[in-house]
Write a protein that binds this ligand. Structure first.
Ligand code: GDP
Ligand code: MG
Length: 619
C-alpha cells in the first residue's frame, strides 16, 4: 500500500476550494479566505486510513498553468470542485477540467478523480442528475459527493473518499462499463480461491471460510454471518453455493458485490494479504524475502515446509496413488504464472511405472531446487501461498541455512540432510547410467529417455544409520574448459570409468590429480559397465593400485544393465562418505560399517512408504 496520499483540489474560481480545506482543518467555516492556502499535511494517526495525507489547493489568480500542470502530475487523486448553484462551474468540469487532467497525466497510470459539488447549503435539490451521466462517461471518476464548507456537511467524508480512491482504487479491480471485475482481478482471486481451498474440492467449506476470514481479517466469522453470506450468494447466483460451501463462482460474485457496493477495500485487503500489489502483480517482497546464504553454507527445507509441501501433494493426488499424473501436476501448478517443472524433472527424481513423479520424487525435486537455487524456491513457495497457509512471517521461514561446511568438518559432525555428489568421467563412461540407476532405472528403462528430456541431476533419499538423507548426484560435463566452481564444490566425488574401454580410466586420474589430490573431499572410483568383459586400462598402474596409492577405497564395480532395479548400496556408501568425510578409509572398508548403514536403508525405505500409506488411509 502507498506510504502517503496527495490530494489536489481544482475547479473554477470561487467554487469554494480554499474554504473546503480551511473548514476541514479548523472545523469551522472561514468568513475570509485567501486565494490559496499553502499545502497542508495531515498526520497519519488522525486520518481514517492511517496514512499521512497532503492536501494541495489551487488558485488561478496566484498560479501559472505550468504550476498547475506540475501539481496535476504529482497528485494521487484530484478533486474537481464545482458549486452546485453555478451551471458554468458544472459545465467546466467536462469542457475544461477533465480534458486538462487527461492531457497532463500518464495514460497508463490515470489518477482517480472525485467530483465535488460544494455549497449544497444554497440549493434545495441535488446536482446528481447532471453529474451521474458525466460519471458514466468517465471511468476515471471514482465517486462524487455533495458537500458544504459553510455548514461542514460531508467535509471529512470528501477527504476520506479521496484517500480511499488512492489506497483502494477501483480502477484495477472493476470495469464500470462492463459492470464486472477486470480479468487480472478475476485471475488473482481465482488463485486465492485455489490456495485457500485446502482439500481442493472446488468448494470453500465452513472450515476453509473461517480460516480464510481469520488470515485475511484477523477475526473469526460469527456463525450466522457465514450463513448470511451464503444466502446472499444463493439468492443471486445459480451455483455459487454447493454442498453448503462457496464455489469459485460464488466467491467471485461476492467480491463483485463488495466492489459494486463501494466496499472494495474488502477485496483489496484479501488481495494484499495474498501478496498482490496495486497492479495486481505479486509483490517482490512477498516472493523474494531477503534470505542470506553465506559461502560454504547450503540451503534446506525445514520440517514445517516439508509438511506444507506434503499437504499440497495430498490435495492434488486425487486418485491417491502416491504419484502425480500429468493432469494432477498441471492442477498443482495452476496457481503459478508459468509451469515450473519441465519433462527433465521426470528424469531427475523417482517416478512410478507410468513415469509420473512419486511422492518421494516430488519432495526430492523441492529439495533439489532449494539446494541449487533457493531464490527460485522462495518464489515457488510464494505462488503456493506457503507463508499464508502455514501462517509464517514470510516464505523464508521455510528454509534452514546450514552451518559452514568447514565447521562441520572441524566438529566432525553435521546436521545437514542434503549431500552433493559430483560425478566425473570421460565421454560415454557411464555417468548418466549411474545417475539414472539411483532413480531405480535399469539400462532398458534408461534407453526410453528422450535426449531433450535428460537431466544432469538425480536426487533421491538414502538411509544412513536409520536416518533419511538426500543424495544429490550431478553429472559434470567432461570438458575441463567448462568446469565451474559448483562442479568442484561438493561433499563427495565419483570418478567413473568404463571397464570395457581401456582409455577411460586416464580421465579419472587427470581429474583427481588436477582437483582433488589435496582437497578434503572424499573420492570414490566407480568401475562402470561391469557386466561387460573387463580390459586392461592403458595407464601406468591399475585402478586398484591407483586407489591404494591415493588412499581411496578400491574401485566399486557397477552396472545398470540388469533385469531388476539396480542396487542402492553404492549410493548409501556415497552418502555415508559425504556425512563422515573424516572417517578413515580403513573404517570405510570395514564390512560392519557398511552393513549398519545399509540395513537401516532397506528397513526404513519400506517403513517410510508404509507410514505414508497409513496417513492417507486415516484421512
Ligand atoms: P475558491 O476560489 O474555489 O478557493 O473559493 P473560496 O474558498 O475562495 O470561496 C469563494 C466564496 O464562496 C467565498 O466567499 C466563500 O465564503 C464562499 N463559500 C465557500 N464555500 C461555501 C459553502 O459551502 N457555502 C456557501 N454558501 N458559500 C461558500
Ligand atoms: Mg481559493
Amino acid at each position: 500500500m502507498r506510504k502517503d496520499v496527495r490530494i489536489l483540489l481544482v475547479g473554477e474560481p470561487k467554487v469554494g476550494k480554499t474554504s473546503l480545506i480551511m473548514s476541514l482543518v479548523s472545523e469551522e467555516f472561514p468568513d475570509v479566505v485567501p486565494y490559496r492556502v499553502e499545502e497542508i499535511t495531515i498526520p497519519a494517526d488522525v486520518t481514517p486510513e492511517k496514512v499521512p495525507t497532503h492536501i494541495v489547493d489551487y488558485s488561478e489568480a496566484e498560479q501559472t498553468d505550468e504550476q498547475l500542470f506540475q501539481e496535476i502530475s504529482k497528485a494521487n487523486v484530484i478533486c474537481i470542485v464545482y458549486a452546485v448553484n453555478s451551471k458554468t462551474s458544472i459545465e467546466k468540469v467536462t469542457s475544461h477540467w477533465i480534458p486538462l487532467i487527461t492531457e497532463n497525466t500518464d495514460k497508463d497510470s490515470r489518477v482517480p478523480l472525485i467530483l465535488v459539488g460544494n455549497k449544497s447549503d444554497l440549493v434545495e435539490h441535488s446536482s446528481m442528475e447532471t453529474i451521474l451521466p458525466i460519471m458514466n462517461q468517465h471511468s476515471e471518476i471514482e465517486t462524487c459527493v455533495e458537500c458544504s464548507a459553510r455548514n461542514l456537511k460531508n467535509i471529512s467524508e470528501l477527504f476520506y473518499y479521496a484517500q480511499k480512491a488512492v489506497l483502494h482504487p477501483t480502477g484495477p479491480l472493476y470495469c464500470p462499463e462492463k459492470k464486472d471485475m477486470k480479468p487480472l482481478c478475476v485471475k488473482a482471486l481465482t488463485r486465492i480461491f485455489k490456495v485457500s481451498d485446502l482439500d481442493n474440492d472446488g468448494i470453500l467449506n465452513d472450515n476453509e471460510l473461517n480460516f480464510f476470514q481469520r488470515i485475511c481479517f484477523n477475526t473469526p466469522l460469527e456463525p450466522h454471518a457465514l450463513e448470511d453470506v451464503k444466502n446472499v450468494v444463493r439468492k443471486n447466483t445459480m451455483d455459487g453455493v454447493l454442498n453448503n460451501g462457496l464455489t469459485l463462482k460464488g466467491f467471485l460474485f461476492l467480491h463483485t458485490l463488495f466492489i459494486q457496493r463501494g466496499r472494495h477495500e474488502t477485496t483489496w485487503t484479501v488481495l494484499r494479504r495474498f501478496g498482490y500489489d496495486d497492479d495486481l502483480e505479486l509483490n517482490q517482497d512477498y516472493l523474494f524475502p531477503g534470505l542470506k546464504v553465506p559461502p560454504d553454507c547450503s540451503t534446506e527445507l525445514n520440517h514445517n515446509a516439508y509438511l506444507f509441501l506434503q499437504s499440497v501433494f495430498d490435495k492434488h493426488d486425487k486418485d491417491r496413488d502416491c504419484a502425480l499424473s500429468p493432469e494432477e501436476l498441471q492442477d498443482l501448478f495452476d496457481v503459478f504464472p508459468y509451469m515450473p517443472w519441465g519433462a527433465d524433472v521426470n528424469n531427475t527424481v523417482c517416478t512410478n511405472d507410468q513415469g509420473w513423479i512419486t511422492y518421494q520424487g516430488y519432495l526430492s525435486q523441492w529439495t533439489l531446487t532449494t539446494y541449487l537455487d533457493v531464490q527460485r524456491c522462495l518464489e515457488y513457495l510464494g505462488y503456493l501461498g506457503y507463508s499464508i497457509i502455514a501462517e509464517q512471517e514470510s516464505q523464508a521461514a521455510g528454509f534452514t541455512v546450514t552451518r559452514d561446511r568447514k565447521i562441520d568438518l572441524q566438529k566432525k559432525q553435521t546436521q545437514r540432510n542434503v549431500f552433493r555428489c559430483n560425478v566425473f568421467g570421460d565421454v560415454a563412461s557411464g555417468k548418466s547410467g549411474f545417475l539414472q540407476a539411483f532413480l531405480g532405472r535399469n539400462l532398458t528403462r534408461q534407453k526410453t529417455i528422450k535426449e531433450e528430456h535428460r537431466s544432469y541431476y538425480a536426487i533421491s533419499t538414502t538411509y544412513v544409520y536409520a536416518q533419511e538423507k538426500y543424495l544429490l548426484l550431478h553429472e559434470v560435463f567432461p570438458d575441463f574448459d567448462y568446469l565451474t566452481d559448483a562442479d568442484l564444490a561438493c561433499d563427495v566425488v565419483c570418478l567413473v570409468y568404463d571397464v570395457s574401454n581401456p582409455y577411460s580410466f586416464e580421465y579419472c586420474t587427470k581429474v583427481f590429480k588436477e582437483y582433488f589430490t589435496d582437497s578434503r573431499t572424499p573420492c570414490m572410483m566407480i568401475a562402470a559397465k561391469s557386466d561387460l568383459p573387463e580390459v586392461k586400462q592403458a595407464y601406468g598402474c591399475s585402478p586398484l593400485e591407483f586407489c591404494r596409492r591415493n588412499k581411496m577405497p578400491p574401485p566399486q564395480t557397477f552396472t545398470c544393465n540388469i533385469a531388476a532395479e539396480p542396487s542402492r548400496d553404492i549410493y548409501t556408501k556415497l552418502t555415508t562418505m559425504a556425512m563422515y568425510p573424516h572417517v578413515s578409509q580403513e573404517d570405510l572398508k570395514s564390512s560392519t560399517f557398511w552393513l549398519k548403514a545399509s540395513v537401516g536403508a532397506s528397513v526404513f525405505a519400506v517403513l517410510g512408504f508404509a507410514v505414508y500409506r497409513v496417513l492417507l488411509k486415516s484421512r
